[in-house]
Structure formats: structure tokens, C-alpha cells
Design a protein around this ligand. Structure first.
Ligand code: UDP
Length: 492
């Protein structure tokens, strides 16, 4: 059992440095893990934001209260190498990746030197290990080697997507990748454990290119192969969900800590004694949540509302927005739809008009908001289904609350996740690569009211129960988290 009075304990010799990847979906599970470690052990935690994230995230946190609660936790920042005004998203996202690849190692080394020097006056030990996002592996491993400290790689994707990334070189050799739009329904039979599951269209989106030396594909391959040099792999998943693939991954990593769903573990360990406490991991880097949608949900019947959200990165064209709008309205089911201010791909001055038009059209049929407390929304009894882009956090949050999904993946790991949802776990439907109002309407009706819903709900309930059990005391993820603490402590 963890000591719930972490704040009053003396500090330890163990000092963990966290290196997240600076996007919402990567930051959130990394921050959850950092808060959990800080709370459940007496380790020092240094959490490294990019300056850009630091400037956006910190003002949204009551930092005094946070540091009182986590006295051995420190937020630090390094440059991401881009000017302040750079958008860091959409078609400019790859510039962030390559800039990070160029500057993170020297920035991290500088910081590790100062963390080692500062120790006397700060009463903290030099860094013991680095927990780095899987797609920051090259820089983390290179820097850690210079300081002689181990790296634990935390891949914030599913085990399934992580495993397909480890198979990318093999897929290129077999001539399966790249494929750019060719034979998209062809089964990819050379990934052990996934022989009958994954089609070309279900592979990571970096495979949808013409040439094997396409920079984003090369980036994922090189970061994934650097992960092999890490001492252990941490995953935000649970054994009962991905056991067969975890056993494939154990051929690369003798030590794998499956500690998800992390938001569930965090709810059980970090805030069970004070549910109102505002954890930093609950804050968005960019957007302020609209809480009045909870009041609106309170007035809706049980399991009647479809929650629609495409996460923090992807954007839709005006035409796609309209297809969704028609599909949702024609289904005659009430909806709660998150449209972030930057999620429509169009000129800035048109964006407001499009949004206003959609909001007017939605009146009486649903609610459009710019950002929600999603974990709370999915736990609300009025929610009956989730139309999602299949980001891994959203998928896990939906599984945890037993909410069945319609998947509309666009980029990265989303393609693999949606295939698992529909064809491995059978807890939803996959709508990938199509965006037509008639299909959307049919999928929404199937998910919300038909006998298909009953079938999906049977498996969904089973996985929701397993997810909740895994993060309770004695559950698989809970025990793996205890083991992680023990193993990190033994490094000193
Ligand atoms: N999220 C949220 N409010 C919203 C939409 C999303 O808090 O209105 C959170 C969601 O709970 C999830 C994260 O943003 O934890 C999105 O991560 P995910 O991996 O699903 O997708 P990404 O944003 O990385 O594409």
C-alpha cells in the first residue's frame, strides 16, 4: 500500500528526470506517471517541458498548491529550437520533430550538468535515471550515455502500435511499406502475432508514403530502434487487454511495465484522498475546458448522448465537418461535439464563420464546445457512445468507462488502434478512410440503438471491468507500478 502522506516524508536518494514529447496526448500520460511516482515514492522528480509548453501549461496550474502536494517535484524547461511564433502543429508538425531531434541532446546535457551541480543547495541527488518518451529516444539515450545513467523508455502508444513500429524495417524489406494508397485492404501477414488482423490501411500513417526514405517514416524507425537501448519499456496499457502482443514485445524488452490505464491508476492512488485536487495532468496545455456542458449532460437521459471528439492534434476540412454534422443530425441522436478553435483547416477569418454556422445548426440537436474535461464526460451516465479519432488516451479513457466507440482515425497510431477496437477487442466500429454522411448516420444508429450495440456492450463491459481491476490494489497495473518504484529505487 502506498503512503498517502508523501508530502510529509523525507526525500530520497532517487532522482528521476522526465523527458516528455511536447504534445497534449504525450504530455498527459507522462505527467500522470510523474505525479504518481512523486506521490507514491519519495523520489525527486524533474519534469522537463519545452519552454513553449512551460509558458502555456504553468499558468493553468495552481503551482503553489501543486508544489505543496508534490514537494519533491520540479518543472524545468529547455528550448525546442523553434521561435515563439511557430505554430508547432498541422502541416508544420514535422518541423517540431526535426528541431527537437537537433536541439534536445545538447539542451538535455546542459540541464543534466546543472542538476548534478545544484544538488547540495537544492538537497536533491544527481539524476538516477531518465524516463523518456519513446519518440525522444535518440536524444535521451545519447545524453544519458554521457552521464552513465539508464533510460526507461515510455511509449505512450498501445503495445500493438509499438510492436508494429518495431516491425517497420521488416515491412520495408518485405515490400509491404511504403504503399501510398496501393492495395489498402491487403492483409499484412509478416508481423508476428498480428497476421490476420492488420491491413495496410491499419498501419501507422507514416507508411502511407511513396518512398522508404520519407523523413517522418525514417524518424519513427530511428526513434524506435533507439528504444532498444533503453533498460526497460513502460506502456500505458494493461496486461488483460494486450497480452499476446506484450509477449511479442518481451522478445525485445526483458522488462516491461504495463501500468495503464494511467488516469485510472492516478485516480486510485493520487487523488482518492482528495478528489477535488487539481492535478497538473488534468490541465490542457492549450485550451480552457468548458464545464457548462456537464450541466447540459445532467439534463439528458441515460446513455442517450454521443460524445464526438477528435483529440488535440487532428484538423478537419470544412467539407468533412459538414459531412459529420449531417450524419449526426440525420441519426437523430443528441451529441456533444468538441471543436477546438484550431481544428478546422481553413483560413483564419473563415474559421469563425464556419464554427458559428455549425453552432447555429446544432441548436436543439446537440452542443458544440471548444474543449471539455473529457475523462469526466466519458464517465457521465448520459454518454452512450464516443465518436473518436482513436488517439490512445481517448481509447483507454473510453474502455475504462465502458463507452463503445465509432473510430475515425487520421494520423499516427490511430489507424492501428481503431482496427484493434473493431476487430480485436470488438468494442466499436471502424470508419477509417471514409467520411460520408450516410455512413456516419448508420454507424451512429448502430452504436446507439441497434442489436449491434448489445453485442458490442457485452465485450465492452468485460474490458471496462478488467481495466478498473487492473489499477486497483493487487491488480496487474497496480503491481507493475509498485515493481517500477522498487526497480528505480534499486538503481541508487
Ligand atoms: N481531451 C480533453 N478534452 C477534450 C478533448 C481531449 O481533455 O475536449 C484529452 C483526452 O482526455 C485525452 C487527450 O486530450 O487524454 C487526447 O489524447 P489522445 O491520445 O486521445 O489524442 P491526441 O490528442 O494525442 O491526438
Amino acid at each position: 500500500k502506498f503512503d498517502q502522506n508523501g508530502a510529509t516524508r523525507s526525500s530520497s536518494n532517487t532522482h528521476v528526470v522526465f523527458l516528455p514529447f511536447p504534445l497534449q496526448g504525450h504530455m498527459k500520460p507522462m505527467l500522470k506517471l510523474a505525479e504518481l511516482l512523486s506521490h507514491a515514492s519519495n523520489f525527486h522528480v524533474s519534469f522537463i517541458n519545452t519552454e513553449y509548453v512551460h509558458q502555456h501549461l504553468l499558468p493553468s496550474i495552481d503551482i503553489q498548491a501543486f508544489y505543496r502536494r508534490f514537494p519533491n517535484f520540479h518543472f524545468l524547461s529547455i528550448s525546442d529550437g523553434l521561435p515563439v511564433y511557430h505554430p508547432r502543429s498541422g502541416k508544420h508538425a514535422f518541423e517540431l520533430l526535426s528541431s527537437l531531434r537537433a536541439v534536445t541532446k545538447p539542451e538535455l546535457c546542459k540541464l543534466l550538468v546543472s542538476l548534478s551541480r545544484e544538488t547540495e543547495e537544492m538537497r536533491r541527488q544527481p539524476p538516477t535515471c531518465i524516463i523518456a518518451d519513446g519518440i525522444m529516444s535518440c536524444s535521451a539515450i545519447e545524453a544519458a550515455e554521457e552521464f552513465g545513467i539508464p533510460v526507461f523508455t515510455f511509449r505512450t502508444y498501445s503495445a500493438c502500435c509499438t510492436w508494429t513500429c518495431f516491425n517497420l524495417l521488416n515491412l520495408i524489406e518485405e515490400g509491404e511499406v511504403p504503399f501510398q494508397g496501393k492495395d489498402m485492404d491487403k492483409l499484412v501477414t509478416c508481423i508476428p502475432g498480428l497476421e490476420n488482423v492488420v491491413r495496410r490501411r491499419d498501419l501507422h500513417s507514416v507508411c502511407r508514403v511513396k518512398r522508404a526514405d520519407d523523413p517522418p517514416l525514417e524518424f519513427i524507425i530511428s526513434q524506435t530502434s533507439a528504444m532498444r537501448l533503453a533498460s526497460a519499456l513502460i506502456l500505458n496499457t494493461f496486461d488483460e487487454l494486450e497480452r499476446p502482443i506484450l509477449s511479442q514485445l518481451s522478445s525485445i524488452f526483458p522488462k516491461i511495465y504495463t501500468i495503464g490505464p494511467l488516469h485510472g491508476l492516478s485516480n486510485n492512488i493520487c487523488i482518492n484522498d482528495d478528489p477535488s485536487f487539481a492535478l497538473a495532468s488534468r490541465k490542457s496545455i492549450m485550451w480552457k475546458e468548458d464545464r457548462h456542458c456537464i450541466t447540459w449532460l445532467d439534463s439528458q437521459p441515460l446513455e442517450s448522448v454521443l460524445f464526438v471528439s477528435f483529440g488535440s492534434v487532428v484538423s478537419l476540412t470544412h467539407d468533412q465537418m459538414l459531412e459529420f454534422w449531417h450524419g449526426l443530425v440525420n441519426s437523430e441522436k443528441p451529441f456533444l461535439w468538441v471543436i477546438r478553435p484550431n481544428s478546422i483547416t481553413t483560413e483564419n477569418d473563415e474559421r469563425d464563420d464556419i464554427l458559428m454556422d455549425l453552432e447555429n445548426r446544432a441548436k436543439g440537436k446537440g452542443l458544440i464546445v471548444s474543449w471539455t474535461p473529457q475523462e469526466e464526460i466519458l464517465a457521465h451516465p448520459a454518454i452512450g457512445g464516443f465518436l473518436t479519432h482513436s488517439g490512445w488516451n481517448s481509447t483507454l479513457e473510453s474502455i475504462y468507462e465502458g463507452v463503445p466507440m465509432i473510430c475515425w482515425p487520421l494520423i499516427a497510431d490511430q489507424q492501428v488502434n481503431s482496427r484493434c477496437v473493431s476487430d480485436v477487442w470488438r468494442i466499436g466500429f471502424d470508419m477509417k478512410d471514409s467520411c460520408e454522411r450516410s455512413i456516419i448516420e448508420k454507424m451512429v444508429r448502430d452504436l446507439m440503438e441497434s442489436t449491434k450495440r448489445e453485442e458490442v456492450m457485452k465485450t465492452m463491459d468485460k474490458f471496462a471491468k478488467l481495466a478498473k481491476e487492473s489499477v486497483k490494489e493487487g491488480g496487474s497495473s497496480y503491481c507493475n507500478f509498485e515493481k517500477l518504484i522498487k526497480d528505480v529505487r534499486s538503481l541508487v
